[in-house]
Design a protein around this ligand. Structure first.
Ligand code: PLP
Length: 384
């Protein structure tokens, strides 16, 4: 077992592993059993049953994920959206209000703007980089503030320390979607956030072969969210738990490579004459470079950029590359390209995208673990 003071690389391998090992197995077996013998459990949530998120595959992952972010507890879910929606439905009831950073993942944006209002839950957008404007958005029943560590797809970084200070001053629960950063680059609990949300479909699993999510943070809140998830049913299947458990062990080696490679690619693109703008917090030109430099251990494998020549040039570039796969999603071992207008942010109206600063020609890159020089050479020939 890993101790609290060990490095994340060690925790990835050892934290949460069954002790003693089950029949000596070095890799945790898959507990493909819907139900387990009754052992005198005193509450509904404690009964051993797959939907109640408590097979050995679930509990091992919960301990490992909590350890990675130095948090009290964690819960895995059937998808990133199951983590986000179950958390918001746990914390907010009819009549409640929350603040959300204006540039959100498309699914979260859709949930906040179109679904939550049907349940009497309202919100206001805030400019994450302008804390002076937040107080005027508060309402008597504002309960939470929701941000993304690096907002999809422009890689905007809110003033994260101000978010925590503001929430403390106004008794709000702090929620942060930490998918893009991953626990290798940012650990929200260390900076005072109450809950960190993940699409484990991305970096945490890293192999583009499952959909999964997680909520990591304060134990009292995780217990409430677990109860809600048990009723809503967004449970992660044990086989997917096993794949996530296997995938997460290599998180650090993958993300360190992806950080370095994305930085090199962003720098290459920034000096290329055909490129109009590059969004990567590791670049000095990025508006949140100073915050990223202070708070993050790395800037992720995610970047986006715009070419001169609009949508046509963007499409021509994408189809001229040889290595990346043109596909939505991110955080896997293979480099992926997408135009967010056609994928992650297609649920927004053109006006909403314009307001969020997402142009039709924006290209998002999720850098994989291929050799950096091969990717740059491929981008160079595609730009030519
Ligand atoms: N959060 C972010 C930042 C995402 O990019 C995504 C998906 O792309 C999600 C949440 C939703 O995750 P999932 O597809 O696992 O439900």
């Amino acid at each position: 077992m890993a101790g609290n003071n060990e490095h994340i690389e060690t925790k990835l391998i050892h934290a949460g592993e069954p002790d003693p090992r089950i029949a000596g197995a070095v890799s945790i077996p898959i507990f493909q059993s819907a139900t387990f013998e009754y052992g005198g459990e005193a509450s509904y949530d404690a009964i051993k049953y797959i939907r109640l998120n408590n097979t050995p595959n679930h509990t091992a992952l919960h301990e490992k994920l909590a350890a990675l972010e130095n948090a009290e507890a964690a819960l895995v879910t059937a998808s990133g959206m199951a983590a986000i929606s179950t958390t918001l439905f746990t914390l907010l009831s009819s009549g409640d209000h929350f603040l959300a950073q204006s540039c959100l993942y498309g699914g979260t944006y859709d949930l906040a703007t179109r679904e939550l209002p049907k349940y009497g839950i309202s919100f206001d957008f805030i400019d994450g980089s302008d804390p002076d404007t937040w107080e005027s958005k508060l309402k008597p029943r504002t309960k939470a503030i929701y941000v993304e560590t690096m907002a999809n797809p422009l890689m905007e970084v809110p003033d994260l320390k101000a978010v925590v200070a503001f929430a403390k001053a106004h008794s709000l629960v702090t929620l942060i979607d930490n998918t893009f950063a991953s626990p290798v680059n940012f650990r929200p609990a260390e900076w005072g956030f109450d809950l960190s949300l993940h699409s484990c479909t991305k970096y945490l699993n890293g192999h583009s072969d499952i959909v999964a999510g997680a909520v990591i943070g304060r134990r009292d809140l995780i217990e409430q969210i677990t109860h809600k998830l048990n009723l809503l049913g967004g449970t992660l299947d044990p086989h997917a738990c096993f794949l996530l458990h296997r995938g997460v062990k290599t998180l650090s080696v993958r993300v360190h490579h992806q950080n370095k490679s994305a930085h090199a690619i962003a720098s290459f693109l920034e000096q290329h004459p055909a490129v109009r703008k590059v969004n990567y917090p590791g670049l000095e030109s990025h508006s949140a470079h100073a915050i990223a430099h202070e708070l993050f251990d790395g800037n992720s494998g995610m970047l986006s950029f715009e070419l001169d020549g609009g949508v046509e040039a963007a499409e021509r570039f994408m189809s001229s590359t040889r290595l990346p796969i043109i596909a939505p999603s991110l955080g896997g071992i293979e480099t992926l390209l997408t135009r967010p207008t056609t994928t992650s942010h297609s649920g927004l109206t053109p006006e909403e995208r314009q307001q969020a600063g997402i142009s039709d020609e924006l290209i998002r890159v999720s850098v994989g673990i291929e050799h950096t020089e091969d990717l740059i050479a491929d981008f160079e020939q595609a730009l030519a």
